[in-house]
Design a protein around this ligand. Structure first.
Ligand code: AMP
Length: 282
């Protein structure tokens, strides 16, 4: 595996690979890798000849300094995992490479309601920062395929919106959410869960499954209220439980009126914020 920390060197290398006719898949991450990330590397290998993974803890998408400071960082271990997974290129830049002084990297895009709901309403500025870094990374890597995870449903919905609006020459492919055996969605933040919270956190997935099973026979507001009281009874602090149209991200009232639905939950487990979602209809 080749490691790059300097943007110019990465650009030169990838230009040559493209000139040789190789298709490039790109998996952006913030590191502290787990099997969920590695499944995206495998997906990238199926879709392209060369897989590029980036590890960059992007400061502009954190609205909480404590979360940014405590975000787990373990580059050596991550690099070994990527090498074993068959990833060919790791790009691990510092902030100066991504945001060189004097370069305007802001993305100016009308997002409508897409960043006003769910994560957008609880993490102001998060998606602006996320789109900024994804756009910058896409400019540097110029992949044919961008691979992202279902785990961050609203994130990839916004990225798809940006790709369409800016007509970026890349295809977005979404990989399924990998879970622990008890259903907890794998997340880099899980390592920060206390033992007690680690035993409670799988209830998020159970509640999502319950919503999916009862979407036809129980009113949405009742499903939401039950979900919130269930989360609280397990000792979690829910921020939202939403059942949304997957295109518009608007909360649904009448499920049968929509062709694609996703149930989404964000909750604090101690001082760790967890998100998860489950496709109900697609
Ligand atoms: P992150 O490092 O958390 O920013 O995530 C990098 C990419 O991995 C994003 O596209 C995530 O959606 C994806 N991802 C995170 N957790 C999982 C998971 N449990 N299963 C599959 N993909 C995931």
């Amino acid at each position: 595996m080749q490691l790059f920390t300097i943007s110019e060197n990465l650009i030169c290398f990838l230009e040559q690979q493209r000139a040789d006719g190789l298709r490039i898949a790109f998996v952006p991450t913030m590191g502290a890798l787990h099997a969920g990330h590695l499944s995206l590397i495998q997906l990238g290998k199926q879709k392209a000849d060369l897989v590029v993974c980036s590890i960059f803890v992007n400061p502009t998408q954190f609205n909480n300094v404590h979360d940014l400071n405590t975000y787990p960082r373990m580059l050596d271990r991550d690099a070994r995992m990527l090498e074993l997974a068959g990833c060919q290129v790791l790009f691990a830049p510092d902030a100066e490479q991504i945001y060189p002084p004097g370069l305007d990297t802001q993305v100016h895009l009308e997002l409508g309601m897409l960043d006003q709901v769910m994560e957008g309403s609880f993490r102001p500025g998060h998606f602006k920062g996320m789109l900024q870094v994804v756009n910058r990374l896409l400019n540097l890597v110029e992949p044919h395929v961008l691979i992202m995870g279902q785990k961050d449903f609203q994130q990839y919905t916004l990225v798809q919106h940006m790709i369409s609006a800016l007509q970026l020459p890349v295809q977005l492919v979404v990989g399924p959410t990998l879970r622990e055996t008890d259903g907890l969605a794998m997340s880099s933040r899980n390592v920060r869960l206390t033992h007690e919270m680690r035993t409670k956190a799988p209830c998020i997935f159970q509640i999502l499954q319950h919503i999916r099973e009862h979407i036809e026979d129980t009113p949405i507001d009742v499903l939401q209220k039950n979900a919130i009281s269930n989360l609280i009874s397990k000792g979690l602090k829910p921020e939202y439980v939403e059942i949304v149209d997957s295109q518009t991200l608007q909360a649904v009232i009448q499920p049968s009126a929509h062709t694609s639905l996703v149930a989404c939950i964000a909750a604090w487990a101690g001082d760790v914020r967890l998100i998860d979602n489950l496709v109900i209809k697609c």
